[in-house]
Design a binder for this molecule. Sequence first.
Ligand code: UDP
Ligand code: MG
Length: 324
Amino acid sequence: MSIVVPMYNEEEVFPLLRAELERFMGEVLSEMEIILVNDGSSDKTIEKIVAWAEEDRRIKVIHLSRNFGHQLAATAGLDYATGDAVVLIDADLQDPLPAVHQMVERYQEGYDVVYGQREARQGESVFKRATAWAFYRLMRALVYKGLPPDSGDFRLVSRQCLDGLKSMRELHRFLRGMVAWVGYPQYALKYQRRARAAGTTKYPMRKMLALAWIAATSFSTVPLHCSMILGLLVGLLGIEEAIRALLASLLGWYTVPGWTSLMIVTSIIGSALLFSIGIVGQYVGKLYEQAKDRPIYLVSRTFNIATPTVTRTTSESPDIATHL
Ligand code: UDP
Ligand code: MG
């Protein structure tokens, strides 16, 4: 079993995390590995986790070359995980480790994915709870109906599901949606989300909005359809205005020619065009970045990992020469 923990400036919570993980490892009978991904922290996180890795060979460390964000840091950890079952948790202990035992039970019953579904969220502002609530409802209604509500990235995935996930090398990642997309039997495990054990949130409003935007644009083409529907509606309005202008001139309704309606129509069409072009631009921008085929993250060094399982994390095939 592998546990993956992405960490960004988590030195304050580290002692608590270590104690919890050590207790957890004492409770399970299976072979364990813990993969700590340092996502370009600027504090003492890396020193602390490397010191732990030196004491305990089950602790593996991936040190990314800079801050790549939670979704890519988690991806790096999942890529290096070797367990039959892999669990992704946050470093701040908001995801309770005792719930992992229940996840393992479900896994043994044959579920490939057991995701945590928040029944309650403690220690989070009303604003965060309200926006999160609205986000999941909107995403399900408009973007991807397979997305489970109120579920973060706290989950257990089987080797089979993880292999499927690993084959998706897209740059703009919304992991929880991607896991839902991969499929296989999935189980929603209800749990109480606790407050952060120590430190402050590493997901400010800016990063949350960025994730929501990635989720909406990288997961479906619904926003593109929106611009088409908007274009259609504005087009209908234009036709209505044209008929009205024609009748007005034929039947002599107005003494002043329809300057106002002309202005309205031009401005509405203008804004609709700009809006649609803006949305299309978002997709073109993403295609461009994907076409560059950059590695989606770079590892600067690893600890206690013999041979990297992934050297270059793109969709390109491995070095052909080695197969000849
Ligand atoms: N995190 C990360 N890189 C980032 C931001 C966050 O690896 O750029 C990690 C962070 O260390 C934590 C997890 O992602 O383990 C979730 O972050 P946080 O608890 O701050 O988010 P919140 O629970 O407030 O939404
Ligand atoms: Mg948190």
